[in-house]
Each structure stands twice: as C-alpha cells, then as structure tokens.
Design a protein around this ligand. Structure first.
Ligand SMILES: Cc1cc2nc3c(=O)[nH]c(=O)nc-3n(C[C@H](O)[C@H](O)[C@H](O)COP(=O)(O)O)c2cc1C
Length: 208
C-alpha cells in the first residue's frame, strides 16, 4: 500500500501540522510507504486557468475542462500539475489534512482539487486515473452540542460526496478534531494519540 498525504496549512507549529506528523510517524511504524504534498511549503498555486496548460490552441475560447483534456492528450500540463498527478497515480490511498475554513477546504486545497483532479484524468469519460481510497483529517473551530456535531458531520459528508464520491472513490471515515484551539496540552496529546489509533484501524481495514 502507498499513501499520499496532502497537508494544507500555512503554519508549521499548528495542530494540523502536528496531525500530519503523526500520520507520517504512524505510517512509518506500520511499514506503509508514503509520499506528501505540502501545499504551502511547496508554494502550490491554487488558481486554475490559462497558465495550467501549455499550447492550448489560440482562437479556441478557453474552457478549463477542455483545456485539461487537451493537456492530458498532448502532455501539455505545466510541471507543477504533472508532478502532483504523478504522485496520485502512485498511491492507493489519499489523506487530506486541513482545517475547516468556511465549512469547506482552504482555498489552496480547493485549488489543488481544481487543478490536479482534472477532466479526463480523475473524472469524466475515459478518465485514466484508477479510483483510490480517500480519508480526510480535519480540525474545526468546535462544536458545543450534538446538533452542532451533526451539522459538522453533514457538511463533511458533503465535502466527500461532492468531490471523491462523485469520482467513484472509496471513502474512509474521517478523523475530526473539534475545537483544537480551546483544548489543554494534555487534551491535544490525547487527540494526537487517537489519530494514531484511527490511522492504524482504518488503514488496516483498507488494506484487507
Ligand atoms: C478563514 C477561516 C475560516 C474558518 N471557518 C471555520 C468554519 O467554517 N467552521 C469551523 O468550525 N471553524 C472555522 N474556522 C476555525 C478553524 O477551523 C480552526 O481555527 C482550525 O481548525 C484550528 O486548527 P489549527 O490550530 O491547526 O489552525 C475558520 C478559521 C479561519 C482562519
């Protein structure tokens, strides 16, 4: 099994990074191969558009999905996109580590989805990328009661449905760390330990 870890957080001392480091340590401990995309550290450009593709014919009005198909057929994606797509081809499981921002992915991660999971490669007729398994590890601002927890769950289910379930990928239940900024040092350590257990359990199941 090969796991690709994508982390989307601007700050190395954040809880998101701590979770990302736990993922790396846990996978290493399990003897599972991994690769990573560290979107802020890699200065990943999240803005999809003309510059994604080299040599899309002048005169054709620009349509992103069409340009993405042209790029795939003509080996015309820019290096950054090719590099990310190659990492995806290699993996069996994708893990996305991110804070919930406006009930969604941070823009840098949304841009990674727009620019890397392209038409004809990841979805749509004749898509060449084999379907993978995907797991989110998310931090949130915090839930005060069960109805708020249910609201988070529905939002996060939607984030799976609208992207990865749409593409036919298998969903691994997420790890959700609520209200990390209000937690004590010990509570944070306990959350990190639960993440280790979550990965061990879910990825062992995913392997079988
Ligand atoms: C731009 C922005 C938008 C946010 N939107 C939400 C949100 O929609 N729901 C939520 O629960 N928390 C929201 N938060 C809080 C973050 O999710 C929270 O600060 C983060 O998960 C904590 O993890 P960190 O310490 O690793 O950054 C938002 C924070 C920022 C900066």
């Amino acid at each position: 099994m090969h796991v690709h870890l994508v982390v989307a957080h601007p700050e190395k001392s954040s809880f998101n990074y701590a979770l990302h480091c736990v993922a790396i340590e846990t996978l290493s401990g399990m003897g599972i191969r991994y690769s990573e995309s560290n979107l802020y550290a890699d200065s990943f450009n999240p803005v999809a558009g003309h510059d994604d593709v080299i040599g899309f014919p002048d005169g054709e009005s620009f349509n992103l999905a069409k340009a993405q198909r042209f790029a795939l057929e003509n080996n015309a994606f820019i290096r950054q996109i090719k590099h990310e797509q190659n990492k995806l081809k290699e993996c069996d499981v994708l893990v996305l580590q991110f804070p919930l921002w406006w009930w969604s992915f941070p823009a840098i991660l949304k841009g990674w989805i727009d620019r890397v999971l392209t038409s004809g490669f990841a979805y749509g007729e004749g898509a060449t990328l084999k379907a993978k398994k995907v797991m989110y590890s998310i931090t949130t601002g915090g839930a005060k009661n069960q109805s708020e927890l249910d609201y988070y769950q529905a939002k996060i289910d939607g984030l799976y449905q609208d992207v990865f379930a749409f593409m036919g990928w298998e969903i691994i239940p997420p790890f959700i760390a609520h209200g990390v900024q209000q937690k004590s040092h010990q509570q944070r350590l306990d959350i990190l330990a639960s993440y280790t257990a979550h990965i061990q359990k879910k990825l062992t199941l995913a392997q079988s």
